[in-house]
Design a protein around this ligand. Structure first.
Ligand SMILES: C[S@@+](CC[C@H](N)C(=O)[O-])C[C@H]1O[C@@H](n2cnc3c(N)ncnc32)[C@H](O)[C@@H]1O
Length: 226
C-alpha cells in the first residue's frame, strides 16, 4: 500500500519556497493579515502563487482577471507579473475579504494596478463586459467551484486568441475522476471539464499537485486563434 506522507509534501513546499520562490515581504504580510482577520487559509501556496506569476509573465499578460480574491494573496502574485501600466481586476463576494485584500494590496504598493470588485462574480462579469474592460490576457479562476463552468464561459467571452486561463482546485483529492461523486464542488469542476471538452476554442490540460495544500491541481487552457 502506498504511504502518503503529507508532512513530506509540506517539507518540499517549504524547501522550494525558501530556496527559489522567495516570496516578498508584502506576501508574507498578507498571509499574516489574513490570519489576524480570521480568513480561512485557502489561498494558493507560495510555490503555486509563483506558478501563477510565472505563467502570467510567460503569457506576456498586461490585463488580468481574477475570480476569487480572498485576502488578495494570489492577487499580489499575479499583479506583480504585470507591467507598470498593467491592470488586474479581481472579484470577491465577501465584503470583509475584499476589505482585507484592499489593505494587503495597498501594503504591497499595487493599488494603482489592482481593482477589487465586491459582489457575486456572476453579477460583476457582465458589468466588466459592458464597460468594455476586456479582452483579458490572463484569467485566474479560484472562487466557488460550483460556478466553474459559468466562470469559464465568461473567461472565454472576455478573452482573445492567446488568452491563458488557469483554474485552481480541479483535482480535489482525486475525486474529480469519480463520475458518481455527489459533492457539488466536484460536480462543478466536472461540468467545467465537460465544457472544455466540447469547446473548440480551447486547448487545455490539467496537472495534479501535492504540497502544503494537499492533493489538488490546476487546469490550464489557452484560447486558440480564429
Ligand atoms: C479559494 S478562495 C480564493 C483564494 C485566492 N485566490 C488566493 O489564492 O489567495 C475563494 C474566494 O472566492 C470567493 N467567492 C466565493 N463565491 C464567490 C462568488 N460567487 N463571487 C466572487 N467570489 C466568490 C470566496 O469568498 C473566497 O474568498
Amino acid at each position: 500500500m502506498m504511504v502518503v506522507n503529507r508532512n513530506l509534501w509540506k517539507a518540499v513546499d517549504a524547501y522550494v519556497t525558501g530556496t527559489i520562490v522567495m516570496p516578498e515581504p508584502a506576501l508574507e504580510a498578507a498571509l499574516a493579515a489574513n490570519s489576524a482577520a480570521g480568513l480561512p487559509s485557502i489561498d494558493v501556496s507560495a510555490p503555486q502563487g509563483k506558478l501563477i506569476h510565472l505563467l502570467a509573465r510567460m503569457a506576456g499578460a498586461r490585463k488580468a482577471l481574477e475570480i476569487g480574491a480572498l485576502g488578495g494573496y494570489s492577487t499580489i502574485w499575479l499583479a506583480r507579473a504585470l507591467p507598470d501600466d498593467g491592470r488586474l481586476i479581481t472579484l470577491e463576494l465577501n465584503p470583509r475579504n475584499a476589505e482585507v485584500a484592499r489593505s494587503n494590496v495597498a501594503r504591497a504598493g499595487l493599488e494603482s494596478k489592482v481593482e477589487i470588485r465586491t459582489g457575486a462574480a456572476l453579477a460583476s462579469l457582465p458589468r466588466i463586459e459592458a464597460e468594455g474592460l476586456g479582452p483579458f490576457d490572463f484569467v485566474f479562476i479560484d472562487a466557488d467551484k460550483t460556478s466553474n463552468a459559468a466562470y469559464l464561459e465568461w473567461a472565454l467571452r472576455l478573452s482573445r486568441p492567446g488568452t491563458a486561463i488557469v483554474v485552481d482546485n480541479v483535482v480535489r483529492d482525486g475525486e474529480v475522476a469519480d463520475a458518481a461523486s455527489r459533492d457539488p464542488d466536484v460536480i462543478g469542476v466536472r461540468r467545467m471539464f465537460e465544457l472544455i471538452a466540447r469547446e473548440p476554442r480551447l486547448s487545455a490540460t490539467a496537472i495534479q499537485t501535492v504540497g502544503a495544500k494537499g492533493w489538488d491541481g490546476f487546469a490550464l487552457a489557452i484560447v486558440k486563434g480564429a
